[in-house]
Every structure is written in structure tokens, then in C-alpha cells.
Design a binder for this molecule. Structure first.
Ligand code: SF4
Length: 364
């Protein structure tokens, strides 16, 4: 490892960060002292996983209003926890946060990085970030942004993640010298605002020492990773309503939508539309949309089917009073149909047969 010393190479980052740092609700004023509220740091780090700062800010504020400390969160029921998280995505994070809060409320904060990394939902990156920002430990936190910045600075060929151990060892003295919280957040800020995939090197405090910039290799460092093509599907997303109740799938413990209430869905490849005819039910439709997940793309066709009376729901389904809909945590796709229910739709010319849909629910 023949990299220049991190203490010197990264020195301009600290004054740059003091100058440009954004005023964020989880950021302490004094970056040289341990954070006055480690729980706020933990919440912000979990929320910031896979999510932009601007999206997180209102969620963070609301979360701290509802669950101001680990004990309040640990004692909250799952539906209210998911409800406050509703719309932020990756709901596992909410459950991890609640479980981690339970541990902290019972045992206190762990005293070292290994203990933090043992909390639910804290991988090596989040544990190191909380260690540095909340407790001023010199624990280098390397996420995708940090790897990109360091790969460019040090002209690392290939995937910089393969050098994670070396990079942590290299980075630690800079944290000790310039302050763990300040340097960690400075690196995050640079990776989020300046050294982005198409970087603005002209305003970068490190441009006069950045290997990739000086060698004109920004385009190929780090190498672009090819993403696998998301799986595509087409589905009917259906709100059955009868006698003032709507039919919902109860939350599951596992999977992408664990902890959330969902509308029943039907594969459009097997439930073909047919001309709608007058009957004991009424059908309303709205324009569909494409719902994008990390590994999946769904072409969603939303329908509301109003029935004369309720049927006995199969396992995993429940009739919920319609007025309770607003209190139940739903994922983004399902929120969208909930919101459509309050808007005028149209009777579609074609739709799947409601009787067949109801029958298929009991066969699952
Ligand atoms: S000079 Fe450009 S590539 Fe290098 S660290 Fe700064 S923004 Fe990133």
C-alpha cells in the first residue's frame, strides 16, 4: 500500500466541511464532542441507508416527535412504527431500529464497534458511522459514496470494495487527527454533493491531490458495475369494498413488504380482462403506473370492486373498516391505490371477472 498519508491527503476536507456543511436536524453543533443524542444518530443513519437526505429530513423529524428515545420506540406497537415509516421504503429498517432500540433501552449503548455492529440492522458501515458520529470513535465508515471518493483519490483499479480493509486502516489516522465525527461527515458530504458519479471537480477541495482527476481518469475509476435487469410483471391491484369495509392482506413477517398491509394483487397474465357487464358489483378503474423496486418492475392496474356484501376471507386476508385505512401502514404502491379511492375513477371497458378473482383468493 503506497498511498500518501491520509492525515495529509484529506486535511483540506475538514475546513471545507466546516464551511459548507448543511444544517441537518441530526447534526450536532459541536463536532469535536460526542453527540448529545446517539439515538438521533442511529435513527438518521438507518433512515439514510438507500435514501436521499432531502427525503429523510421530514421523516426524521416526525420519528423523533413520535419516538423521542429508545424506550418509547421499543414499547411502540408495530403498526404505529411502520405507519411513521410509511413511504420511506425498505421497511426492514424500521423493524431493525425498533429491535436495536429495545436492546439499548434494556442494556445501554454498546461500548465498542463490535457491540454496535451486533445491534439489529447495523452492518459494518452503519456501526462505524454511528461509532464515529455519536461517540467520536476513529472507526472509518465506508459506503458506496466513500468508496467512490477514495478510489478516485488513490487511483484504485478495480472494485474498491476489495480494498476495504486497507482503506479502513489507511483512513483511521485521518479520523483521529481531524476528528472522527467531522471527517466521517465530511467524506459523506463530499461523496453526496461533489464527488458524485459525474463529479464537479472544479469545486472539490481535494482536486489538486486527486489521482483520478490529475490523470484524467474520472470516467473509469471506479469501474461501472453492470446492474441485473429487474424482473417485470403485470398485475391487478384490487380494493374490494363491502359494507363499509375493505379487504386487505395482513402483514407478513418476511419479504420486501413485511410489516405492511397490502391490497390483494392478481397476476394479469392469468386474469385476463373481459368486457364489463352490469352485475351485483360495480368496478372503478384509474390509469395504471409502473412501480419500480430494486429488483422488480410492476405494471400496476388499479381497480376498486364494490360488492353488495362481504365474503369470508381466506387466511392472510382481513376486512378492515374503511375509515381505519388511514391508520394502517401501507407500502408506496398500496398507498397510491388508497389515495386513488378518494378520487373519481371510471368504469373500465374491460376488467377481470370479480367472481373469478374472489375464488382465486381462497385458492392461494
Ligand atoms: S477531484 Fe473530482 S474525482 Fe477527485 S475527489 Fe474531487 S470530485 Fe472526486
Amino acid at each position: 500500500m503506497s498511498w500518501p498519508a491520509s492525515v495529509d491527503l484529506l486535511a483540506p476536507l475538514a475546513p471545507w466541511f466546516d464551511r459548507v456543511r448543511r444544517d441537518l436536524p441530526w447534526r450536532a453543533t459541536d463536532l469535536d464532542a460526542p453527540h448529545p443524542d446517539p439515538y438521533a444518530v442511529l435513527v438518521s443513519e438507518l433512515m439514510l441507508q438507500q435514501t436521499q437526505v432531502a427525503t429523510v429530513v421530514p421523516y426524521f423529524t416526525r420519528w423523533l416527535d413520535e419516538f423521542p428515545d429508545p424506550r418509547t420506540l421499543a414499547e411502540a406497537d408495530d403498526d404505529s412504527v411502520h405507519k411513521v415509516w410509511e413511504g420511506l421504503g425498505y421497511y426492514r429498517r424500521a423493524r431493525f431500529l425498533k429491535a436495536a432500540a429495545g436492546y439499548v433501552a434494556a442494556e445501554g449503548w454498546p461500548g465498542d464497534l463490535e457491540g454496535l455492529a451486533g445491534l439489529p440492522g447495523l452492518g459494518p458501515y452503519t456501526a462505524a458511522a454511528v461509532g464515529a458520529i455519536a461517540f467520536q470513535w476513529p472507526t472509518p465508515a465506508l459506503d458506496g459514496n466513500a468508496f467512490r471518493v477514495l478510489a478516485r483519490l488513490l487511483v484504485i483499479e478495480g472494485d474498491p470494495r476489495a480494498r476495504a480493509m486497507d482503506l479502513r486502516t489507511w483512513l483511521a489516522p485521518a479520523l483521529e487527527s481531524h476528528g472522527p465525527s467531522r471527517m466521517t461527515q465530511a467524506l459523506m458530504e463530499l461523496g453526496a454533493t461533489v464527488c458524485i458519479p459525474s463529479p464537479t471537480c472544479g469545486v472539490c477541495p481535494l482536486s489538486n491531490r486527486c489521482g483520478a482527476y490529475l490523470e484524467s481518469r474520472i470516467g473509469d475509476i471506479p469501474p461501472v458495475v453492470k446492474r441485473t435487469r429487474p424482473k417485470a410483471s403485470q398485475l391487478w391491484l384490487v380494493s374490494f369494498e363491502a359494507e363499509g369495509h375493505v379487504l386487505l392482506q395482513t402483514p407478513t413477517a418476511r419479504g420486501l413488504l413485511a410489516g405492511l398491509w397490502c391490497w390483494p394483487t392478481f397476476d394479469a397474465a392469468t386474469h385476463h380482462p373481459q368486457p364489463t357487464a352490469p352485475g351485483p358489483h360495480s368496478i372503478t378503474g384509474w390509469p395504471g403506473w409502473i412501480q419500480v423496486y430494486t429488483h422488480r418492475r410492476e405494471a400496476v392496474s388499479p381497480l376498486h370492486i364494490h360488492l353488495k356484501s362481504r365474503f369470508i376471507p381466506a387466511d392472510g386476508l382481513r376486512w378492515a373498516p374503511r375509515e381505519n385505512l388511514v391508520d394502517l401502514p401501507l407500502g408506496r404502491r398500496d398507498q397510491r391505490l388508497r389515495d386513488l379511492l378518494g378520487t373519481p375513477g371510471q368504469t373500465p371497458l374491460e376488467a377481470p371477472d370479480p367472481v373469478t378473482l374472489i375464488r382465486s383468493l381462497s385458492e392461494r
